[in-house]
Write a protein that binds this ligand. Structure first.
Ligand code: TYM
Length: 334
């Protein structure tokens, strides 16, 4: 029986961090043997907010290098640049015509980025239409390859839900063209929180670099960020859901994922120690954990990545073209 397909992607905006790794890329690497894996560098999504052209090019290559450094085998996994397969954008247009604007205005990510607050009040931030249509392009990314599974962090699940809705809607309105994809989020890594504001998720775009451990951070930077991480004044180590303990909970969570333990067990191991001890040990473990990724990253050349992009493009173009043609025919365009 042929393998099922998974599709996922990361935006080449900002620096990749531990949340991107534990919530997404690590999970892709873990299942790459079982699936036909398609891993995209979503540069068209990145330009929904302003990007410097040279920096965008550089980051696009950097993300692909980090995929490989994180254990994705480019011989087995299709690693590609979203803009190399223009059919994504064309399918997005078709899907736009069956998407309601209300569905898009409701998306949490759009609300956050456009300054719509939970009480409905708006700060006056002017945003591009691309930001509103962002989830429709995601739907096109996924549906064009008949992906069965989309492994993502928790913040993206709403976008995969709308992908499922659009696929069902298209299939009902026209013909059974699209596969309905399942969502996969890993129980432990699905939401890594900010180190400085632990009630918010760790994010590439947060202003303070101290809020995130970047995958390419130097050891002393990692140590400094962990030692500075927000905790609480109690200096007592236990694992629970009280908002005051959110900082500690996040550190215990990260510690447990990278040492293959449970946060409860780590809390038990440190119950007679202080936050300083926990942080120091976590920093050491993190430095060691990221070292092989960083070493491998430094060995991959830009040229290797560009060759991989070229090869993937040749493989994917006919698949995307075929699916797009079926969708266009179902609508009456061809
Ligand atoms: P992006 O670039 O924001 O994030 C990439 C992946 O990292 C996950 N992630 C996190 N997981 C746990 N904790 C965190 N703090 C954290 N921050 C980010 C994200 O959930 C994501 O899985 N729109 C997507 C990219 C995309 C895509 C797609 C994904 C475009 N097309 C099709 C899947 C399928 C994004 O902006 O991810």
């Amino acid at each position: 029986m042929s393998k099922q397909t998974f599709f996922s992607g990361v935006q080449p905006s900002g620096n990749l961090h531990l949340g991107n790794y534990l919530g997404a890329i690590k999970n892709w690497a873990d299942i790459q043997e079982e699936y036909n894996a398609i891993c995209c560098v979503v540069n068209l999504h990145a330009i929904t907010v302003p990007q410097d052209p040279e920096e965008l090019k550089r980051k696009t290559i950097e993300v692909a290098k980090l995929y490989i450094a994180s254990g994705l085998d480019p011989e087995k996994v299709t690693i590609f640049r979203q803009s190399d397969v223009p059919q994504h954008a064309e399918l997005m247009w078709l899907l736009n015509t069956i998407t309601k604007t209300g569905e898009l205005f409701k998306m949490t990510q759009f609300k956050d980025k456009s300054g719509i607050q939970s009480n409905g009040a708006t700060e006056k931030i002017s945003v591009g239409a691309g930001l509103l249509n962002y989830p429709v392009l995601m739907a096109a990314d996924i549906l064009i390859y008949d992906a069965n599974l989309v492994p993502v962090g928790e913040d993206q699940t709403q976008h995969i839900e709308i992908t499922r809705t659009l696929a069902r809607r298209f299939n009902k309105k026209f013909e059974e063209v699209f596969t309905i994809p399942d969502i996969y989020t890993s129980p432990a890594g699905k939401k890594i929180m900010s180190l400085t504001e632990p009630l918010k998720k760790m994010s590439k775009s947060a202003e303070s670099a101290n809020s995130r451990i970047e995958l390419l951070d130097e050891p002393d930077v990692i140590r400094k960020k962990i030692m500075k991480a927000t905790t609480d004044g109690e200096n007592k180590i236990y694992y629970n859901d009280e908002p005051e303990k959110a900082g500690l909970k996040n550190l215990l969570n990260i510690f447990s994922i990278i040492t293959d333990s449970t946060p409860e067990q780590i809390a038990e191991d440190y119950k007679d120690k202080g936050y300083g001890d926990l942080k120091k040990d976590l920093a050491d473990v993190l430095v060691e954990y990221l070292k092989p990724i960083q070493e491998k990253f430094n060995l991959i050349t830009d040229e290797e990545v560009l060759n991989i992009f070229a090869k993937s493009k040749n493989e994917l173009l006919p698949l995307a073209e075929k699916k797009l043609a079926i969708a266009k025919e179902a609508i009456g365009l061809e």
